[in-house]
Design a protein around this ligand. Structure first.
Ligand code: NAD
Length: 416
């Protein structure tokens, strides 16, 4: 089962729960556009290498296509298609006026110098040409990319628009560095949003976060910010895993020291503030919140059976496969689904895009306050639907998104 099968399975479940219009259903089963580009890049040693890049534009009925850009050795068409579809639902869940897209290049960024990364990013952007743009399709950071990557995309894009349009197209990407047109609070936004969603769950369930525990898979942008922000509320990080290994500590790992170690060594392995544990021990760690913040398909029938947590909070996109989801449901473990829990990133991306359009710079308090309001509203809507229609949280989130999208199709009709 690949990521796209999982995404389609989720869509089918929600379509059945809400009687989705068959025409809209058919349209949403496939992305609107699938772009694949093969482009040569000069390496530092003078040789050339051919790279394969993708940009999948799933749907733009609610607004410009929007979604991340991933650099990873396992990027493939069906993965990018799934991630693009999840973006369509996510934007609709948080009522941000964007559609869904996703891009990626299949390579391992850790095997390249900064100069090579810059040339790969610029050649990819050039190959996409006018298929991206501030009113059309707006990339953002994802696995293996960051603010610097986005600035290279922006600068390349700026270089093929007329002189007098350059500054008007800053919003062709979001997640930029602050100095090059980014927003306060964007870097931590996905983690911050996830923490706001956990706070809402805790409020609804009268569960004190002070003194609670969590385990985290992935210590990159999303994971490291979640660790820092949840710890501030009195929660303790008892286990962490990334692609270098897994570390546990009953008394809690220090998020800032761990972040420093990851910065220096590239992974959590070898961190002196905890003990090395196996992957099996990591998944079996006793905790309140299990937070996947790495890649898809990590919670399978096998790993779901091991989990000893109250709730799975999906920081990653598509971390739970269909079998894993079935096991969690049988075991009574709640899921706060990706299209709600990690929507903070795209929400603040929208704020960045608005600031670029208006030539404004909002304060961090303003960004956080608007993000909080957006996610509290989305959480309440999803939970109300789940209760009223007796749905699981993921299906309720899908139904909320699909009803909004279906309404627009009904009003606009299908051309011609
Ligand atoms: P990142 O590149 O900053 O970090 C990825 C982390 O995953 C790293 O710690 C890496 O070691 C770990 N990892 C990779 N392969 C792994 C494996 N096989 N097992 C365990 N860990 C592994 O990426 P990120 O931006 O933090 O994104 C993480 C997840 O969050 C992705 O699913 C992404 O799509 C999703 N997401 C990111 C954003 C964002 O704003 N960056 C927004 C929404 C969702």
């Amino acid at each position: 089962m690949n990521a796209y099968d999982i995404a389609i399975g989720q869509l089918e479940r929600a379509a059945a729960a809400m009687n989705l219009d068959p025409q809209v259903h058919t349209i949403l089963l496939q992305p609107k556009n699938e772009l694949i580009v093969n482009f040569p890049v000069k390496m530092d040693d003078g040789s050339f290498r051919l790279f394969k890049g993708y940009r999948i534009q799933h749907n733009n009925i609610m607004g410009p296509f929007k979604g991340g850009l991933r650099f990873h050795r396992d990027v493939h068409l069906d993965e990018v298609k799934a991630l693009a579809a999840w973006m369509t639902w996510k934007c609709a869940v948080v009522e941000v006026p964007f559609g869904g897209a996703m891009g990626g290049i299949k390579f391992d960024p850790r095997c390249h110098s900064a100069a090579e990364l810059e040339r790969i990013t610029r050649r990819y952007t050039h190959a996409l040409g006018n298929n991206i743009g501030p009113d059309h399709d707006i990339p953002a950071p994802d696995v293996g990319t960051n603010g610097q990557t986005m600035v290279w995309v922006m600068d390349t894009y700026m270089n093929f628009v007329p002189q007098d349009r350059k500054n008007a197209v800053r919003g062709c990407v979001t997640g930029k560095t602050l100095s090059s047109g980014g927003s306060q609070g964007r870097e931590k936004a996905t983690g911050q949003g996830l923490v706001y969603v956990i706070q809402e769950w805790a409020r609804e369930n009268h569960f004190p976060l002070d003194g609670c525990t969590f385990a985290l898979q992935g210590y990159g942008n999303v994971g490291a910010h979640v660790a820092r922000l949840l710890s501030r509320l009195g929660a303790s990080l008892v286990a962490v895993q990334d692609d270098s290994g897994a570390i546990g500590a009953g008394e809690g790992l220090h998020p800032a020291r761990l972040a420093e170690h990851v910065q220096q060594t590239g992974g959590v392995r070898g961190f002196s503030g905890g003990d090395e544990i196996s992957a099996a021990e990591f998944f079996a760690t006793n905790c309140d919140f299990f937070i996947p913040a790495a890649l898809e398909k990590q919670i399978t029938a096998e790993t779901a059976a091991r989990l000893r947590c109250k709730v799975v909070v999906e920081g990653a996109n598509g971390p739970t496969d269909s079998e894993g989801e079935r096991v969690l449901a049988q075991r009574g473990i709640d899921i706060l689904p990706d299209i709600l829990a990690n929507a903070g990133g795209v929400t603040v991306s929208y704020f960045e895009w608005l600031q670029n359009r208006r030539a404004e710079a909002w304060t961090l308090d303003e960004v956080d306050e608007r993000l909080h309001r957006t996610l509290v509203h989305a959480y309440a809507t999803v939970r109300r639907l789940a209760r009223e229609r007796r749905l699981d949280n993921r299906t309720a989130a899908y139904v909320h998104a699909l009803e909004r999208i279906q309404n627009v199709y009904r009003e606009r009709g299908i051309f011609p």
